[in-house]
Design a protein around this ligand. Structure first.
Ligand SMILES: O=P(O)(O)O[C@@H]1[C@@H](OP(=O)(O)O)[C@H](OP(=O)(O)O)[C@H](O)[C@H](OP(=O)(O)O)[C@H]1OP(=O)(O)O
Ligand SMILES: Nc1ncnc2c1ncn2[C@@H]1O[C@H](COP(=O)(O)OP(=O)(O)OP(=O)(O)O)[C@@H](O)[C@H]1O
Ligand SMILES: [Zn+2]
Length: 456
């Protein structure tokens, strides 16, 4: 029988974080069933005027078109329990692609309405204000997903009780090459989506400074470039980087975008790290970067993730046409083009239904892989722990050995109904970036002109 979380359990669950769709609580009580676990509960948007795709995302059952799309994953469509679709997707689609050692699909637990109402009240002070404004706990959803707390090592396992975990949301790690990218958007082949999106986020006030992180460095496979990426994440963590010490946040923003790491934050962070990383000078942060780089390289998780991200090989500018084939709608993109311009998309519109389904399915899987996060967890290995089941990395500079484990989190199913939104957002990001570049060029030319005038 499924476990049930009731009103009297609420006090044992503390705020751990949240994204756009879920709120995550960590267990702080003493029941053996929940020690070392987090529960992920769904949120509902407050504003009734949300787009159609948001409400579909919040309805759990597959739509008729999605049932056709995922027809090959029989576990997904044959489940009579519509509530577990999300979990089955992780289990049967993402886990085989990313590896069973680093994916935990979780377990369903029942939650009463009273439990949800009380935890919402208890955690409201810790949630970022804009998240509170955007969504509340969905009190109509009577289940949550119980997962291992990947910021901790398994309770009771041998080894040090100290542990340090690093959460990275790497985003898309490659530049698209698709021939379906239109000439006006050719810049997408040179500048990462992450960098371009930063400009739009800055303009919309979602961030206060452009990120110094470059996903291409993180996914490069080169030690120097991975270190550079981590340095960028440490300086501008935004919602791409968090560090926890024994499950408590010590760098980054809980539930949202963090402010940039100034001298004060960097110093406090360095001091926290001293409890777990030995270093004479203020070098703990550098040592942490080395530790993360080595674990990333040794585990091979980024190569696996990149491969799945690259299932998006024709880009949203190609995928959108296959989407309209599946939904049997007139193509809203080709409709706006001249006959000549639309010719390039003819092969997509003449593809079989199965081919269109494959294109869109691969794109949605890749979208999950571009939005998930990685949790790397480290604990110092004691000399007597020679039989540890975990892999380890050795820090030469401090002569310390650390057990580590790596897990992917947030491998949620992306909904078919979002494909049009993805197309629109892609256009918006590129347009915004192009405009900013143009303005910068204009400004540079003006300054150059003034400078050369002054020279005469
Ligand atoms: O579209 P993106 O790249 O901005 O990604 C969204 C994320 O924004 P980010 O740029 O990482 O801050 C966004 O993250 P935040 O809410 O901004 O923290 C969500 O992860 C969103 O996923 P979903 O639609 O809620 O399932 C993400 O949407 P998907 O595109 O993955 O559906
Ligand atoms: N299994 C876990 N162990 C430890 N911490 C976790 C776990 N799952 C989630 N978290 C924490 O909770 C936060 C929010 O979780 P998650 O990313 O799954 O939310 P979401 O709403 O699905 O995100 P998104 O906005 O990307 O869709 C994470 O950033 C992470 O800090
Ligand atoms: Zn078309």
């Amino acid at each position: 029988m499924a476990l049930t979380l009731k009103e009297e359990d609420a006090a044992d669950w503390v705020y751990r974080g949240e994204g756009a769709v879920n709120l995550v609580l960590a267990y702080a009580g003493s029941s053996p069933s929940f020690i070392g676990k987090v529960v992920r509960i769904r949120k509902a948007p407050r504003n009734g005027s949300q787009s159609k795709s948001v409400s579909v995302r919040n309805s759990i059952a597959l739509t008729p078109h999605e049932r056709v799309l995922w027809k090959d994953v029989h576990q997904l469509i044959s489940s009579s329990d519509k509530e577990i679709v999300g979990q089955l997707y992780v289990q049967h689609v993402m886990k085989p692609l990313l590896g069973s050692n680093s994916v935990d699909a979780g377990m369903h637990v029942l939650v009463t309405r009273e439990f949800l109402e009380l935890v919402e009240k208890n955690v409201s002070g810790q949630r970022p204000a804009w998240r509170v404004e955007a969504a509340r706990v969905d009190a109509h959803c009577d289940f949550g997903l119980l997962m291992s707390d990947h910021s901790l090592f398994a309770y009771g396992s041998q080894g040090s009780s100290l542990c340090l975990s690093v959460e990275i949301k790497p985003k898309c790690g490659f530049l698209p090459l698709s021939r379906f990218i239109s000439e006006v958007n050719a810049i997408k082949r040179r500048i990462t989506r992450f960098e371009m999106h930063q400009t739009l986020k800055l303009l919309q006030g979602e961030i206060s400074q452009l990120s110094e992180y470059n996903p291409l460095d993180l996914f490069s496979g080169s030690k120097e470039r991975i270190l550079k990426a981590i340095k960028g994440l440490l300086t501008t963590p935004q919602n791409n980087f968090r560090v926890f010490l024994n499950g408590s946040l010590i760098l980054g923003g809980l539930g949202g975008v963090a402010k940039n790491t100034d001298v004060c934050i960097a110093k406090a962070f360095e001091d926290e790290l001293k409890s777990i990383i030995r270093a004479d000078d203020d070098l703990c942060t550098n040592n942490l970067s080395t530790l993360v780089t080595e674990a990333l390289q040794k585990s091979g998780v980024l190569d696996k993730l990149l491969k799945v991200q690259k299932l998006d090989n024709i880009d949203i500018e190609g995928v959108i046409h296959a989407y309209y084939n599946i939904t049997s709608q007139q193509c809203m993109v080709c409709k706006e083009l001249s006959e000549e311009q639309a010719k390039i998309y003819t092969p997509l519109h003449s593809a079989s239904l199965d081919e269109s389904l494959r294109i869109v399915k691969d794109y949605l899987i890749a979208t999950t892989a571009k939005d998930c996060s990685l949790m790397l967890c480290f604990r110092p290995r004691n000399e007597e722990d020679s039989g540890s089941v975990y892999d380890n990395v050795y820090l030469d500079s401090t002569e310390q050995s650390f057990d580590y484990k790596v897990y992917f989190i947030d491998l949620d199913l992306k909904r078919l109904s979002k494909v049009e939104d993805y197309y629109e957002l892609d256009k918006k990001i590129v347009n915004c970036y192009r405009q900013i570049i143009k303005m910068d060029q204009g400004r540079n030319e003006e300054t150059g002109l003034k400078a050369s005038n002054a020279a005469y």
